[in-house]
Design a protein around this ligand. Sequence first.
Ligand SMILES: Cc1ncc(COP(=O)(O)O)c(C=O)c1O
Length: 393
Amino acid sequence: MNEEIYLDNSATTPIDPRVMEEMARVALQIYGNPSSLHRKGREGERVLTTSRKVLADFLGVRDSEIIFTSGGTESNNLAILGIARRYLRRGKHLITTAIEHPSVLQPFQLLEKEGFEVTYLTPDSRGVIAPQDLLKALKPETIFVSIMHVNNEVGSIQPIQEISGILKREKPEIIFHVDAVQSFGKVTLPPGLQGIDALSISAHKLHGPKGTGALYLKSGIMIEPLLLGGGHERGLRAGTENTPGIAGMALAARYSFVEINKKAAQLRQMKKQFISDLQTRHPWIRINGPGVDEKESAPHIVNISFPGLKGEIIVHALEEQGIYASTGSACHSNSKGESHVLQAMKLGRAEMEGAVRFSFSARTTQEEITRAVQRINEVISGLKQLTEKMAGV
Ligand SMILES: Cc1ncc(COP(=O)(O)O)c(C=O)c1O
């Protein structure tokens, strides 16, 4: 068996051992309930205060604007359902995009059942939303817009700064939420989150623990809580806080920010090399998403269509060679198993069926990329030959 090369970092990342150690320390030693009045409780509370400050500083926002959650899914659900329901008297029109993660799309679908009207903006063929389309979609009764920063399947960076600029100019009372699960610690966010009212992050995409995340909620924005109970997180998210996970998330964010500052340029260079080496050997493949030199291209996600082959078969054949990748995203939204993102980008059937996502982390090395390309090239040549033989070509 070949040595493993993990290229599925957008699905999740391996936890950093230093983060794991810190989580074990907090779980074993700082076990007090942060809501308890005694010293043990105050120790737990201190973990929350420190971690909240770390995240707030990275985002350039106030500590009091961070709500801890169980991950990106909960942060998105809380922002979308919580804000739309809280402000429904102002209007019932909402805007999002057709390429969001299911944890955004499904809350919007639920809101449609509750009587809201939702406009789903469609991207161009690169998977990028045009700010002008948002402008055209605005109505007098629009109250809320949610647009992701980096798309998890194709790595397209959405023009969130232009979009927030349009919103603030045209209708400043509209609340703007950004799903930054794939960008936090990887792609620069607007300084101080200017123009953004709510933003979701998740720890397990940055070598932190699974099941831990946060929602930034700008002060003054109100929200209808989803979880009711003991008044934790200013009454916005009940439930005893996951102190080990929260401490782990803050530490993981610290390491990620240092690493990405050092490695962003190198990561983009590796993506470039990865694509060009595969294309040289297999000129018939198609790269989905913005070109690697375009400003809309995130440095850590590559989506490639191998038309004529099946993505699932490629993923399993690569696994045999120790390479871990995925077919688009871990969850597909339609019953045929096709990606709603690639569909919105208007890819043909063969291109959708043959799509594979490779995703890197700041810890992916140059050497891993070089070795991965060799193995991927061989796997693809083998599968292509086999397919052609079976088709009698
Ligand atoms: C863009 C995006 N949003 C939200 C999520 C959900 O985050 P979590 O796994 O922390 O619930 C993911 C996870 O893949 C994602 O890629």
